[in-house]
Write a protein that binds this ligand. Structure first.
Ligand code: BGC
Length: 352
């Protein structure tokens, strides 16, 4: 079963690549005809890891927006989950003359030197989706990530108000993982204090990987002799592993499981009653906000921001968007209505 699901994930990626959004490790030339004057500038877009479905959406929306609204060129890099590769790819982009560097950090603490070098060279830095700490990025574009964790825990405590909880958290190198956890605990702590909820297992999941989450959940089920009432799971890639482990014990569909990203396979699992909810973050809004900001920074303008976020060094001017809880009940009016997936796609099992 596990193999089948892994293969399905790869199939989804291939489908996305075939649709023209799977560039990785190379450079995408986005010369366009709209917007800003002159010949445009180079914008570097560095992904820590393009493997998961959601980042392909980010890449496509970002490059499409830049192409339609400027003459700028987007150079895309994928570090394949290796933070030292990401550091050298970013240094390389700076030496290629990018004016703006948009970074999804694999490790939020590993890019200090890159941001310092960018600052010194007059290259503007946008921390995209994930914060870069101990450095001075010019802008942070993301969702309200504490709210993501709150939405997950609010929904889960509604369907499982009492009992034994397993917490499968995100990657320990991703600043977002701690924000999701913080939001979850905002909701859970009072119920833990009251004695309604017991956390029987908690683990952060390296690289947000399905396989690591599967192992963690198997471990949780063994340690608790399958006495688990709910799984507070941080995102959809890890939820795939959790649901696989539950299936092995004939518990899938009986134990509620949360997620995040509205990945296609997970929307299908929600339709089938095997995953309880996901958090949909309209990635188009996020990618287009970052692309617009990158064009502006490249033109010497400061984008409009809505907040600031402390990254342990400065308060980084921020654009923070609103996440949405998605269940079977509102799948059509959110994910499908936005065209993120079609109704036929979410109702099939093609990605599993
Ligand atoms: C993102 C999530 C994503 C996770 C794994 C987080 O930083 O905010 O949307 O599921 O990384 O890629």
């Amino acid at each position: 079963m596990r193999k089948k699901w892994m293969t399905a994930g790869m199939a989804a990626m291939l489908a996305l690549a075939a649709a023209g959004c799977g560039t990785s490790g190379g450079s995408g030339n986005s010369a366009g005809s709209g917007g800003s004057g002159g010949n445009g500038v180079k914008i570097g877009l560095s992904f820590g890891d393009l493997q998961l479905e959601r980042w392909h959406h980010d890449e496509q929306y970002f490059t499409d927006y830049v192409k339609a609204n400027s003459k700028d060129q987007v150079l895309v890099q994928d570090a394949n989950g290796d933070s030292s590769t990401q550091v050298s790819q970013c240094e390389n982009l700076i030496s290629q003359g990018v004016k703006v560097l948009v970074i999804v950090p694999q490790d939020g603490t590993a890019l200090t030197q890159v941001v310092n070098d960018a600052n010194r060279s007059g290259v503007k830095v946008i921390a995209y989706d994930r914060m870069i700490v101990n450095a001075k990025p010019d802008l942070y574009v993301s969702f309200d990530n504490v709210k993501v964790g709150e939405l997950q825990a609010q929904y889960l405590t509604k369907v499982a108000p009492k009992g034994k909880y397993v917490l499968i958290e995100g990657s320990p190198t991703d600043n977002n993982a701690y924000m999701f956890y913080q939001g979850q605990m905002n909701v859970l702590q009072p119920l833990i204090d009251k004695g309604d909820i017991q956390v029987v297992f908690k683990q952060f999941t390296p690289n947000w990987s399905t396989e690591n989450a599967l192992n963690e959940m198997e471990d949780a089920l063994t340690k608790t002799h399958n006495q688990v009432d709910a799984v507070l799971d941080a995102n959809d890639s890890t939820a795939l592993g959790v649901i696989q482990a539950l299936k092995q014990q004939h518990l899938a569909g009986k134990v509620p499981v949360t997620g995040q990203d509205a990945d296609l396979a997970n929307c299908q699992l929600i339709e089938q009653g095997l995953q309880t909810m996901t958090v949909y973050k309209p990635i188009k809004q996020e990618a287009e906000a970052a692309a617009k900001a990158a064009i502006e920074l490249g033109n010497g303008q400061m984008p409009q921001t809505t907040a600031t976020t402390n990254n342990k060094t400065i308060n980084v001017p921020s654009i923070l968007l609103t996440p949405i809880a998605v269940t079977k009940d509102n799948m059509m009016s959110t994910v499908v209505k936005d065209g993120f997936h079609t109704e036929a796609e979410v109702k099939s099992t093609s990605s599993q």
